[in-house]
Design a protein around this ligand. Structure first.
Ligand code: MSP
Length: 521
């Protein structure tokens, strides 16, 4: 059986969940659900990143000890997963014993292979990003230096362990360039991000020369204690990104090669936001390769949302709360909108007007009405019983042309993380079906040609069943309701089952509206 290991970033617990958290996980959830429907054995992981100075500081500000603080905030991310309908198979917290054990095992392995050495670190550090920056990357305002991300930096000087990152950079470049399908290839998407990463590494090598210790990475800190202790030198805690990235193998059972889940490693895809690409495509595979562990196959970086045209920030007070959105519009419309509105991989804008346009136009008018009109006619004109499978006449050809290719087309888009294109493909089919129902006018056929009326309604039922089936990963609850209305048994909702028509005479329950329209201000 094919397997898929799909991950989201683990979220910092310094604050409550916002739209960015919901977004990355939603994309991963849709892919996980799709792969399950394809019959894959899926392991879908989500979790929280609970160590580091940033979380330690947030706990202090909240007047709580870090463990109590992370227990509390981590819970709000679990709730987000429940409310958003995420189908994760595990939820990892970096404060769990299994994770500390994995980090220490990875460290010990790296040390054993002479990939780590003790030195001294001096440099500019941004707590908010948990990252070091070079002086040339900084800007200065009112005597404070800022990283390109806008986070303030401070000069840090302390003893530190280093990872020999430099020596792995040429190997990373080689792997990014291997042909698709090569087992050692590290795939970075979209293309623009891949180019960025490659340019960044090449610049580093050009500035310092491959193998230069200047390219090595500081991976421990002594100035705070909220982290995983370095084995054998407890004055140090591990750099939070080494700790955090390791979660992906912890959950797969590392260091136990006999763990049931180890078969899932290497991960098929890490979903990340564009701000954390470097960590996932440079540091992470370098740590793994240095420890003799295969690197994840693919990293996909999505863009960032703005809110009604404005950058989202706490100081502007325009943070979008996913729970409030779901409360107001319902879960599936929100899931649909987030993946439909913006090409996955690009930045995009969240606006109420756009939301209303998509939900009213595509869900309520196009899909909802198509289903409701068809099912009401079957209810009224066919005594609620499914008409027999009918021959595909010339007038029906267009409806079926798109339909037969639909699953393959959506699969192709999703394998490339083209979520918006996948939805566009389904919506194009739905629009065709609406054209078909208008032209065929089955309501008028009742008086003129009952045989044809039955055929048209049966064809529409077949088409709507296919749309509902492929849309399940995007809108699980609503599509389950639609499949109920279509009388598709629960064990026949996978893609393979589309080849087996429901028997003639199957009783359909009375239809009910699937989507409600939103008032536009
Ligand atoms: N803890 C690290 C990840 C470690 S993974 C081993 C982290 N956490 S985070 O809580 O800051 O999470 C962020 C995720 O939310 C990132 O993928 C980031 O890109 C995403 N977003 C944060 N703000 C966002 C928007 N405004 N829009 C879309 N996604 C955004 O980074």
């Amino acid at each position: 059986m094919s397997r898929s290991y799909i991950t989201t970033p683990i979220y910092y617990v310094n604050d409550k969940p916002h739209i960015g958290h919901a977004y990355t996980s939603l994309a991963a959830d849709v892919l996980a659900r799709w792969k399950r429907l394809e019959g894959h054995e899926v392991f879908f992981l989500m979790g929280t990143d609970e160590h580091g100075q940033k979380v330690e500081k947030a706990a202090q500000d909240a007047g709580l000890d870090p463990q109590a603080f992370t227990d509390k905030v981590s819970q709000s991310f679990r709730e987000l997963a429940t409310v958003m309908g995420f189908s994760n198979d595990d939820f990892i917290r970096t404060t769990e014993p299994r994770h500390k054990a994995a980090c220490q095992a990875l460290w010990t392995e790296l040390a054993k292979r002479d990939e780590i050495y003790l030195g001294h670190y001096e440099g500019w550090y941004a707590v908010r990003d948990e990252a070091f920056y070079g002086l040339d990357e900084l800007t200065e305002r009112d005597g404070v230096k800022y990283a390109p991300s806008g986070a303030p930096v401070a000069w840090v000087k302390e003893p530190s362990y280093f990872f020999r990152l430099g020596k792995w950079l040429p190997e990373l470049l080689r792997r990014y360039d291997l042909p698709a399908g090569h087992p050692e290839r590290i795939d970075i998407a979209p293309e623009s991000r891949r180019n960025e990463v490659i340019a960044f590494i090449k610049q580093g090598i050009k500035d310092f020369g491959a193998d230069s210790p200047k390219l090595d990475l500081s991976i421990s800190r002594t100035s705070f204690t909220w982290g995983v202790k370095v084995p054998g030198d407890e004055a140090h805690v591990m750099y939070v990104w080494l700790d955090a990235l390791t979660n992906y193998i912890t959950a797969a059972g590392y260091p136990d090669a006999n763990a049931e889940r180890w078969k899932f490693w290497p991960a098929d895809i890490h979903f990340v936001g564009k701000d954390i690409v470097r960590f996932h495509t440079i540091y992470w595979p370098a740590f793994l390769l240095a420890a003799g562990i295969p690197a994840a196959k693919r990293v996909f970086a999505h863009g960032w949302w703005t809110n009604e045209g404005q950058k989202i920030s706490k100081s502007l007070g325009n943070v979008i709360d996913p729970l409030a959105l779901v409360e107001e519009y319902g879960l599936d419309p929100v899931r649909y909108f987030l993946l439909r509105e913006v090409p996955f991989g690009q930045d995009g804008d969240f606006s109420r007007a756009a939301l209303a346009r998509r939900l009213n136009g595509e869900l309520a008018d196009a899909l909802g009405n198509l289903a409701n009109r068809t099912l009401s006619l079957i209810q009224r004109n066919c005594e609620g019983k499914l008409p027999a499978v009918a021959e595909v006449a010339e007038a029906d050809a267009a409806l079926f042309a798109g339909l037969n290719a639909l699953v393959g087309e959506v699969a192709g888009q999703l394998n490339a993380q083209g979520f918006h294109l996948a939805l566009e493909a389904v919506m194009a089919a739905v629009r065709d079906a609406n054209g078909y129902i208008t032209v065929q006018a089955p309501w008028a056929l009742k008086k003129t040609d009952l045989v044809r009326m039955n055929a048209v309604l049966r064809h529409l039922h077949t088409a709507i069943r296919a749309y509902a089936t492929v849309l399940q990963p995007f809108m699980p609850g609503t599509m389950a309701a639609l499949l109920d209305q279509l009388a598709v048994p629960e064990d026949q909702r996978g893609f393979a089952a589309l080849a087996t028509p429901l028997p003639e005479g199957t009783a359909l329950p009375p239809p009910a509206p699937l989507f409600r329209k939103i008032e536009v201000a």
